[in-house]
Ligand binder design. Sequence first.
Ligand SMILES: Nc1nc2c(c(=O)[nH]1)N[C@H]1C(S)=C(S)[C@@H](COP(=O)(O)O)O[C@H]1N2
Ligand SMILES: [Mo]
Length: 221
Amino acid sequence: MNKAERIKRMKVVPVSDPALAKRIPAGQVLTERFPILHEGDVPVYDLDKWDLSVFGEIDKEVKLSFEDVMKMPQTTVTRDIHCVTRWSRFDNQFSGVLFRDFLKEIGVTPSSKYVMLHGDMDYTANVSVADLDRDDVLLAHSFEGEPLTDKHGGPLRIVIPHLYFWKSVKWLRGIEFINENKPGFWEQNGFHINGDPFKEERFSGEDLPIPEDEWERKDYD
Ligand SMILES: Nc1nc2c(c(=O)[nH]1)N[C@H]1C(S)=C(S)[C@@H](COP(=O)(O)O)O[C@H]1N2
Ligand SMILES: [Mo]
């Protein structure tokens, strides 16, 4: 495939409108497609056995079923997302439970400032409690009104739209409160501890060679 064909397949959208251009962080391109990116296999679940653990530096540890999560107050948010492999996508509508509401529902007041998110298959991402305590951070079970597909992290993923998308852990199974910030999977592998796309917090040290067509070679929905 030559470059022109690749770009066509990526459905990169040129943006000239300054109001829209402002929404694209430096070094990103806009795509209409929704690439699928992850390490390892897509897990297969029996929803009756699926659970979500909340543990670590909190007053009580909690284990929830999928039904427990679905019974909590539901919110829909529409946000832009930004992947460190350089694609951004506008107006993604996710539904689920705001992290904020989730904490209230389970009656947990964290005393720690950081969280390690745990996803299958052995994936982790670190994030601060402040980055989760916002009006648009969701434990999401649906995308555009449909249950999340397994490749996009169903039955439950977290969506943290204001950070690079590697922090939005798919197949979320654990929320661990920790006293000191420590790097998760990508953060241990050269990516930035915080990951704010508008500050271009991509790498922790030297730039890593992410091929230009890294995400283009992946699957899409
Ligand atoms: N459990 C898990 N979650 C994950 C990943 C992963 O490998 N495993 N990859 C992350 C990365 S690097 C990205 S860019 C997004 C991709 O989400 P998408 O496949 O829905 O586009 O998921 C993130 N969440
Ligand atoms: Mo990514």
